[in-house]
Design a protein around this ligand. Structure first.
Ligand code: ADP
Ligand code: ZN
Length: 290
């Protein structure tokens, strides 16, 4: 069986065709423009490839309540063209094949859990720190939905006393994770992108604090067996070690698990499937639906 996978991102769409064993047979990318421009391109690519199922990992927020009439519809995105866009029903209607949908980050979390850096874990979190901050959460081997889906990027944090921008840049919240620690938040303080800064720039002390606060919150709330952190900002390779150290410090010795006290370097880790965690996750969603 030929299984299609779509990772629908805010800046680009990544499309792939897999076989049932998970070999990637073909893939392509296209920029994310308006739905009217982009969706017909996606649909005709998948039609040409004669796929029999499709898995979709999409940017959000997206309605994932199975009983909702708006299942698979993008909701409050700042990308106005895509607000209220029925991603799932458009693709099902056009392709006439079984489709499965989740958030891009839940798809990536599923892939890292089954096949990647959190392989063997039933409970793990995948975080991406880039233009935004998003996270997928797997519990009991499955992505978490509940009310909608986790919105880890908007957890509220304690601003660092040395932060010149303690409120952050999120239009919705003061001092939330994405507002304080996304790539654009770093660029706003430093006047240039995180990729252009030296490792000892003070902005990275703030960044390590905020991502460590995030790890602490994830640990105390979800008790994950592994935290996987990727995304463009982790291209500053020194950050990972600083996040680990700061996480242990902030936990204050309260959590006694040796995974944290003795082996933090294999507890907070980079993704193993980068840059196609999300695409592989979309394939898994479609395959699991079978
Ligand atoms: P997106 O989140 O849009 O999918 P990325 O995960 O690549 O894309 O994140 C883009 C952000 O990461 C930008 O804010 C950019 O400044 C930052 N970035 C890209 N490369 C690096 C790097 N090598 N080091 C640090 N930051 C980077
Ligand atoms: Zn926010």
């Amino acid at each position: 069986m030929r299984i299609g996978a779509l990772e629908a991102g805010g800046t680009k769409m990544v499309l792939g065709v897999f076989d049932e064993e998970g070999h990637l047979l073909e893939d392509t990318k296209m920029p994310t423009r308006s739905p009217a421009q982009t969706m017909p391109e996606i649909i005709s690519w998948f039609q040409e490839k004669r796929i029999e199922r499709l898995g979709i990992g999409t940017f959000g927020p997206v309605d994932l309540r199975k009983t909702s009439p708006d299942y698979g519809t993008i909701t409050a995105t700042p990308k106005l063209d895509w607000r209220n866009y029925p991603m799932y029903s458009t693709l099902v209607g056009a392709l006439q094949i079984p489709c499965a949908i989740d958030t891009d980050v839940n798809a990536a979390a599923l892939a890292e859990c089954r096949l990647g850096a959190a392989r063997g874990c039933e409970n793990a979190v995948y975080v991406t720190v880039g233009t935004g901050i998003g996270a997928g959460v797997c519990v009991g081997g499955k992505p978490v939905h509940g009310l909608m889906h986790p919105e880890v990027g908007h957890m509220l944090l304690r601003p660092n006393a040395n932060d010149p921008l303690p409120g952050g840049i999120c239009p919705y919240h003061e001092s939330c994770l994405e507002g304080l620690a996304s790539g654009p938040a770093i660029a706003k303080r430093a006047g240039t992108g995180a990729e252009n800064l030296p490792a000892d720039d003070p902005v990275f002390t703030l960044e390590a604090d905020y991502l460590a606060q995030m790890c602490v919150n994830l640990i105390v709330i979800l008790s994950p067996e592994k935290i996987v952190i990727g995304g463009g900002v982790l291209g500053q390779e020194h950050l990972m070690e600083r996040i680990r150290k700061e996480t242990v410090r902030l936990l204050g010795g309260y959590i006694q698990a040796p995974e944290i006290t003795a082996r933090i370097e294999s507890y907070i880790v980079l993704p193993a499937l980068y840059p196609i965690s999300g695409l592989i996750g979309a394939w898994l969603l479609a395959r699991d639906e079978a």
